[in-house]
Design a protein around this ligand. Structure first.
Ligand code: 3HC
Length: 343
């Protein structure tokens, strides 16, 4: 967007209208809105809400899979899983950083997560009961995330769109490793096949819920789509996901737990059965199988990591480059930092 739109709120009503018109024109022309551009307060708030929920999902999403790192069946599987869980932490980092460009700090967002004032994805309130769940999460949960997130690479807000490009590349890899894991189980022993089928049975419906409530109940969709934050409605993306998964399940030799799945020639899509929205709402209210465990584990990790944040802040102050840091050891300048690094 052009620099004439830099935020300079003069209080002049004419100028305000001009800013608004320029913002709407930029969105209509598919230009990116950048952090220093003028933007409506509600646009900023919507972005912070969605990006925060997204960032929270990435870091809470580390928990169900990390649960299996010590029990992965081989060194190869363990290395892949560790890398994946680390990737999710990285995604959280990109997204919290992108939210910071809108003037909302990570501390504030984490505080809202820990106090239950902001949400994270419903999907991470389900338990990972067997090793096959790691495969089902990769195939279905990461698959649903990619379906939802590829269009976010064209989000009207520049920093969010750019963060999503990198995230989607990594999520695609996660989806493939999950698929490959499930395929190995499905083609393995009878017990392994049954374990894979059980995992798919448990993760299928919650994965469909990840796309959010049906369009007619989605509070934010129409506004977010008009601003080109979201490019497609919740139901459109859910349908796209079902259409992708049906042939993949067949290739896996697994069944999707929906007796109403049927190809609809007229629509050119797979019809699917009704979603139990009462379960979705219960999970959002905090009554899913693992809500309490996830949030208390997150709070504990945050508290236990306090010394790392304090040390990092002290280090940054010490080596801030203005020479005023409390060096203690006489190394409060760049030279001192170099010596310390070498030591
Ligand atoms: N879980 C938890 N909350 C959900 C939800 C879900 N599956 N789906 C919707 N909601 C919430 C919304 O946040 C909103 O609550 P709020 O007003 O308190 O914020 C409310 O339900 C109404 O839903 P809307 O459809 O009106 O909300 P949105 O327009 O924001 O659409 C969304 C919901 C599709 C999830 C959208 O926010 C979105 O695309 N977010 C970015 C992607 C994201 O958050 N992904 C998380 C998935 S997991 C992940 O990415 C981790 C990866 O490693 C797998």
């Amino acid at each position: 967007m052009t620099s004439t739109l830099l935020e300079e709120d003069s209080g002049d009503a004419g100028a305000q209208e001009e800013f608004e018109a320029a913002f709407e024109a930029a969105v209509a022309a598919d230009e990116r809105i950048e952090p220093r551009d003028w933007m409506p307060d509600a646009y900023r708030a919507t972005l912070v809400r969605q990006m925060a929920q997204h960032a929270h999902s990435e870091i809470i999403g580390m928990q169900p899979e990390a649960n299996w790192i010590t029990r992965a069946p081989s060194l190869r599987r363990k290395a892949i899983l560790m890398a994946k869980v680390q990737d999710e932490a990285g995604h959280g980092l990109y997204l919290y950083s992108a939210a910071e460009t809108l003037g909302t700090g990570r501390d504030e967002l984490l505080d809202k997560l820990h106090s239950g004032r902001q949400k994270y994805s419903s999907i991470f309130n389900y338990p990972t009961l067997t090793w096959a769940d790691v495969g089902a999460i990769g195939w279905l949960v990461d698959g649903a995330a990619i379906t939802n997130q590829v269009p976010l690479c064209r989000c009207s807000y520049g920093p969010y769109a750019r963060a999503m490009v990198r995230i989607c590349k990594e999520e695609s890899f996660h989806q493939r490793q999950g698929y490959e894991l499930l395929l190995a189980l499905s083609r393995g022993t009878e017990a392994q096949h049954a374990m894979a089928q059980d995992a798919v049975d448990r993760w299928w419906w919650p994965s469909l819920m990840m796309f959010g409530p049906p369009d007619e109940e989605s509070a934010h969709s129409s506004r977010s789509m008009a601003w080109k934050i979201k490019r497609h409605s919740n139901d459109e993306l859910r349908q796209r996901f079902v259409d992708i998964c049906v042939p993949q399940a067949e290739a896996l030799g697994l069944t999707l737990p929906d007796p109403e799945l049927r190809w609809n020639e007229e629509r050119g899509h797979w019809d699917f059965g009704p979603i139990d929205w009462s379960e979705f709402h219960a999970v959002l209210k905090g009554n899913g199988p693992c809500n309490e465990q996830r949030i208390s584990q997150r709070r504990r990790a945050h508290e236990e990591g306090a010394w790392v944040r304090e040390a990092a802040a002290a280090y940054a102050a010490k080596h801030s480059g203005d020479g005023r840091g409390d060096s203690g050891d006489g190394g409060g300048d760049a030279e001192g930092a170099r010596k310390e690094a070498v030591a």
